[in-house]
Design a protein. Structure first.
Ligand code: ADP
Length: 409
């Protein structure tokens, strides 16, 4: 196996170097992640021995057309044609999964490979955490862009622990998500027909109803990096800075495209507006509105999601800028049932979920998570790893007490 993978690796690099029309997305993920440097993958690609060892493992016998330069520790193909022929007879499966090679081999002899198929099966580079790291490292080198990075939290979809199936959403919410998915898939088409003002979502609803979780799960599902920023965090006490910070955040999103820009605590704009109408505050708010106007999914590859717990604070000038408002209300019975099922899935015990759902009217997803955690901790204190219905009912009571305290202050 080692030799076949080594030749695959060397040929991939060679084909990529020869055909300028190929992009990073044409290199298989497993190979790509070993090759990122300085903000991406740069031509010409060279394959050093250490990289080859990571991909191909130990190679006992090198094929005659493969040389290792003892000084530079780089592999060299002494005959491209021989390598092509050699791999065609030993590694068709690898070729089928490798878009760059499928591109080269699709017209080769009677080899049955399809570039389209290989490309579809290969995940795009913008979800690779190695790619993101290389972009971040490059941005960190310059003082100006380094500052930009300190304002946002960048997550790769590979690092996000929550799966979309583990978020309980209503039919309406799911339908909006599906629309975004097709909009991303059909970006080119939408651009062509002039429908570019798309992909700005506003999530509204009380705290703990799953707005952040949905944004994260979307990043994983759509395989797009997630840039998280809390509006309060970029609001500087030096108001002049706030406008600049807002511009920087949107600039970072453009540079990382395609990506999701998630702006939490969006009602902070409203707070900025109502505090005394200082010129600098106005400027900051206007910068934000202008930045939102100027960015879009179709042209810039940035899906904007803003979230707020206090939608009533937002004025019409803000609402108007979003093409979709998705509500996250206190979860209805069906949703609470799903949330219980999700959180209890890995826990042993015999539960009457109907009763739990009835007892948790007015609870958010976050409250239910707390209920399960409290019940588990209490059971553990008593030396049990199996949960009883009673543990959960008691925990519901405790959490309800706590919620009452919260609202009475
Ligand atoms: P928000 O951003 O609306 O304040 P979060 O997304 O941060 O809420 O939710 C807080 C916690 O509650 C999350 O850790 C998540 O596990 C849980 N949660 C809330 N709503 C849901 C839901 N609809 N489905 C699954 N988990 C949820």
């Amino acid at each position: 196996m080692g030799a076949v993978k080594l030749v695959e690796l060397l040929l991939t690099a060679e084909v990529f170097n020869r055909y300028e029309e190929l992009t990073e997305d044409d290199i298989p993920k497993e190979i790509r992640k070993l090759l990122y440097s300085r903000g991406g993958i740069k031509r010409p690609l060279v394959i050093r021995a250490d990289i080859a060892a990571k991909y191909a493992g130990e190679v006992n016998q090198r094929p005659p057309f493969v040389d290792l330069n003892a000084f530079s520790k780089q592999y060299i193909l002494t005959s491209f044609d021989l390598a092509v022929k050699w791999l065609a007879s030993r590694g068709v499966d690898l070729i089928r999964r490798n878009p760059a090679l499928a591109y080269y081999y699709q017209n080769y002899d009677s080899l049955d490979v399809s570039y389209e198929e290989a490309r579809k099966a290969n995940l795009p580079k913008h979800g690779d955490k190695e790619w993101l790291r290389s972009v971040i490292e490059e941005l960190e080198k310059k003082e100006e862009t380094k500052e930009m990075l300190s304002l946002v939290r960048v997550l790769s979809p590979e690092e996000i622990p929550v799966d979309f199936k583990d978020v309980a959403l209503s039919e309406e919410q799911l339908e909006e998500v599906r629309k975004i998915e097709v909009a991303i898939e059909e970006r080119e088409f939408l651009r062509k027909i002039g429908l570019s003002d798309i992909g700005k979502l506003l999530f509204i609803g009380p705290p703990g109803t799953g707005k952040t979780t949905t944004a994260r799960a979307l990043s994983k599902k759509l395989y797009l990096p997630l840039l998280e920023v809390k509006l309060s965090m970029i609001t500087s006490q030096y108001l002049g800075e706030t406008s600049k910070n807002i511009e920087k955040v949107f600039e970072i999103a453009r540079r990382m495209n395609p990506c999701i820009l998630f702006i939490d605590e969006f009602d902070y704009v409203a707070k900025m507006r109502t505090s005394d109408e200082h010129a600098a505050i106005k400027r900051a708010v206007n910068t934000l509105l202008k930045s939102i106007d100027e960015i879009n999914l179709v042209e810039d590859g940035v899906l904007l999601i803003a979230a707020t717990n206090h939608p009533s604070l937002l004025d019409p000038a803000v609402w108007r800028r979003f093409d979709k408002v998705i509500e996250f209300p206190e979860p209805a019975e069906v949703i609470r049932r799903r949330i219980f099922e999700i959180f209890l899935a890995k826990i042993e015990g015999d539960f009457n979920i109907d009763e739990l759902v009835k007892e948790t009217e007015g609870f958010t997803g976050a409250d239910i998570k707390l209920v399960v955690r409290e019940a588990v901790l209490k059971a553990l204190l008593e030396g049990r790893r199996t949960l009883s219905q009673n543990d959960l009912i008691e925990a519901i009571r405790d959490v309800r007490e706590r919620l009452k305290l919260k609202t009475s202050y």
